[in-house]
Design a protein around this ligand. Structure first.
Ligand code: ZN
Length: 221
């Protein structure tokens, strides 16, 4: 059964295999030395937390090589707060690994334009949905409820200005939640770890960086 499932042809898999062959030819074979070095281990200096959205691949946006960036992607690029409640804490496990084992020097939280997760947080359209029917998303993006209220009150719950405000606020929530992790707070305080907020605008492909003193996202020249 396993074989039948994995080898059954599909146009989707064909496209991927074609891409894989291009990768072997243009990226792997000419750079075999680099891959040989990576076989010994990884030593990325940056961790990035980004959205799962198919349009915002951090490795592509920052044009980095394999081994350079430790990546977590999830709905709306969220970091949950430090919680010890039972459950499977995937983001927290990745953070622990990046910070304590790999010793990354920077953690970047990157939000993006036209984020479906942020939009759903704003409209609350999945509110009350059953797990598996939207309930997991609703629960996940409920992390944005607190920042949603003032945005909804001033900009409403639909339209780009409200959505953009939500997308930017989401990055700030994740940064604040990062700072609830004792190991992260300690390393940031002693200067061995930097936290940064970023925003990638899909419409014009422009990267913005958060200036935490002003709370504004400034376009990168
Ligand atoms: Zn998104």
């Amino acid at each position: 059964m396993g074989d039948a499932m994995t080898t059954a042809p599909s146009p989707e898999l064909d496209r991927l295999v074609e891409g894989y062959r291009r990768f072997r030819e243009t990226a792997w074979t000419p750079r075999r030395e680099r891959w040989a070095r990576l076989r010994e281990g990884q030593n990325p200096e940056v961790m990035i937390i980004a959205c799962s959205d198919s349009r915002v691949d951090p490795a592509q946006i920052f044009d980095v090589d394999p081994g350079e960036m430790f990546v977590v992607r999830n709905v709306a690029a969220m970091v949950p707060p430090f919680e010890t409640a039972p459950g499977h804490h995937g983001v927290s496990a990745a953070l622990e690994f990046a910070v304590q084992v790999l010793g990354v020097k920077e953690i970047i939280v990157m939000g993006h334009g036209m984020c479906g997760g942020c939009r759903a947080a704003l409209t609350q359209e999945l509110h009350g949905a059953e797990p598996g029917e939207g309930g997991f998303i609703a629960d996940w993006i409920a992390m944005l409820d607190e920042v949603r209220a003032p945005i909804a009150a001033t900009l409403g719950t639909t339209g780009r200005p409200a959505e953009r405000a939500m997308e930017e606020a989401g990055v700030k929530v994740s940064l604040a939640n990062l700072r609830t992790f004792p190991c992260i707070r300690r390393k940031e305080r002693d200067g061995t770890l930097k936290l940064r907020g970023a925003f990638f605008a899909i419409s014009d492909g422009v990267l913005h960086l958060l200036d935490e003193s002003s709370g504004r996202f400034e376009a990168v020249e």
